[in-house]
Design a protein around this ligand. Structure first.
Ligand code: URP
Ligand code: ZN
Ligand code: ZN
Length: 461
């Protein structure tokens, strides 16, 4: 199959220019003006943007969590991602405490193989660090192409590791060229605030927010940065929400540390006033919670200052019936919200269209930096000769409204219901195949491929 995309404005992390793009097989083969190639398919991209397929490095598909499972599996989740222009996701494997990393890997392979529509990789969440785990970490990096290790400083009893385990993990990961990522919030502080609120009969979703004040994230982010500094390991803070945590990273960068930051679309766009809607606030119960307007401003500035390198989603959807598990107690509401489909369009509309970020910055934070940080560049995350032909043709003028009625995620509500968006993903190509065209997905489950990643130390920015 060959595809010629004509007259589009190509956007990469470093430049934008008018050109044609010629794709053959899985790869980009030529870029230039008035390319003479004949092709099986020609796409007229006049007036459109042509940018690399998005990479969302923070999703939870079919994940066992808080007594239930996230409602998108590999098929529905990666397909919804494609509809929005995200051609690759990185999901989280969760080690069961007391069990091995390899058993967890097998479980996630069964969830994904034959089902994924879009490309994917895994982060390995280390929830129990011991001698066996240490050996397996090395095997994950050297043999399995999994070079990033997720840690939790919260969710005690299920996912959290202590600081001693964290430092030991960092030492092994550093030695072998990988990366430690973290959910950086102070779990003990949060647990005690939750217990206090429950004891006082404060049970609505608002108290989820009030049990995780900014200091719980700022403190843990600073502690994580200090441990990275001590061990020399590169690190990545997932789903950063607030000014205090960002300032902890700002301080760490003065020590010339390799510390990367991801925020998520919801923290740039939504705020904590949504928790005042009684139980409807459960739609946005996630950890960390939504914050204040001043935090949104800090995060947008952080993107422009280069302190925040990635915008993901932390897609972790639950049906309304599942959210109702916490109807009488906020601490039982499964944490997470549906977002995988709308990241690119929301970031374009709220970021580029409003003038907060440039087009090249948009590509940097939605695709290129994730590919670099997670060891996939330049195979993924850019438009260049020889790169995978993961391409989005995007109409920057088209207006539409987000709704549960039209989204493709397996979730019976939208966290952005009624939100007007300017700019729409029109055609999506994954490894040289048309994935989305005329609002239809043309790829079958099983097309999505596991992408083996190289060591972060080889590609890191
Ligand atoms: O609320 C969230 N974020 N749910 C998913 C698990 C996590 O902490 O990322
Ligand atoms: Zn988290
Ligand atoms: Zn998450």
């Amino acid at each position: 199959m060959s595809i010629l995309i004509q007259n589009g404005r190509i956007v990469t992390a470093s430049e934008t220019y008018l050109a044609d793009l010629y794709i053959e097989g899985e790869k980009v083969m030529a870029i230039g003006q008035n390319l003479p190639h004949k092709a099986d398919k020609i796409i007229d991209a006049t007036g459109k943007l042509v940018f690399p397929g998005g990479i969302d490095p923070h999703v939870h598909l079919d994940m066992p969590f808080m007594g239930t499972h996230s409602s998108d599996d590999y098929e529905t989740g990666t397909r919804a991602a494609l509809y929005g222009g995200t051609t690759m996701v990185i999901d989280f494997i969760l080690q069961t405490q007391g069990d091995t990393l390899y058993n967890a890997l097998k479980t996630w392979q069964q969830k994904s193989q034959g089902k994924a529509v879009g490309d994917y990789s895994y982060h390995m969440a280390v929830t129990d660090f011991n001698d066996t785990t240490a050996k397996e970490v090395v095997q994950m990096i050297e043999e399995e192409g999994i070079s990033s290790f997720k840690t939790f400083m919260a969710y005690k009893g299920a996912l959290m590791i202590d600081d001693g385990q964290m430092v030991q993990l960092m030492k092994v990961v550093k030695k072998h060229g990988g990366l430690v990522t973290v959910h950086a919030t102070n779990g003990d502080m949060i647990d005690s605030l939750i217990a206090k609120n429950r004891a006082e009969g404060n049970l609505s979703p608002l108290y989820h927010y009030l049990s995780q004040p900014e200091v719980t994230e700022a403190e843990a982010s600073a502690r994580f940065a200090d441990m990275l500094n001590y061990t020399g390991c590169p690190g990545y803070i997932v789903h950063m929400t607030c000014e205090g945590a960002l300032n902890a990273v700002r301080n760490a960068t003065q020590r010339n540390q390799k510390i990367f930051v991801e925020t998520c679309t919801q923290y740039l766009i939504l705020d904590a006033s949504l928790y005042e809607k009684d139980f409807e606030g459960a739609k946005w119960v996630m950890s960390p919670p939504l914050r204040e307007k001043k935090d949104q401003e800090a995060l947008w500035s952080g993107i422009n200052q280069g302190l925040v390198q990635v915008v993901g989603t932390d897609h972790c959807p639950f049906m309304w019936e599942q959210k109702k598990m916490g109807q009488d107690d906020f601490s039982k509401i499964p944490n997470g919200h549906p977002a995988i489909e709308h990241r690119i369009e929301l970031l374009y509309s709220e970021g580029v269209h409003t003038g907060k970020i440039s087009l090249t910055k948009f590509v940097e934070v939605s695709a290129t930096n994730a590919a670099k940080i997670f060891g996939m560049y330049p195979q993924k995350g850019t438009i260049a000769i020889g790169s995978d032909a993961d391409i989005v043709v995007f109409d920057p003028k088209k207006e539409h409204t987000i709704s549960v009625k039209t989204h493709h995620m397996n979730c019976d509500y939208s966290a952005y219901e009624g939100q007007k968006v300017i700019g729409k993903t029109e055609t999506v190509i994954l490894r040289g195949q048309i994935a989305i065209e005329n609002e239809e997905c043309r790829l079958k489950p099983g097309f999505g491929k596991f992408i083996k990643r190289s060591k972060t130390s080889k590609t890191v920015i």
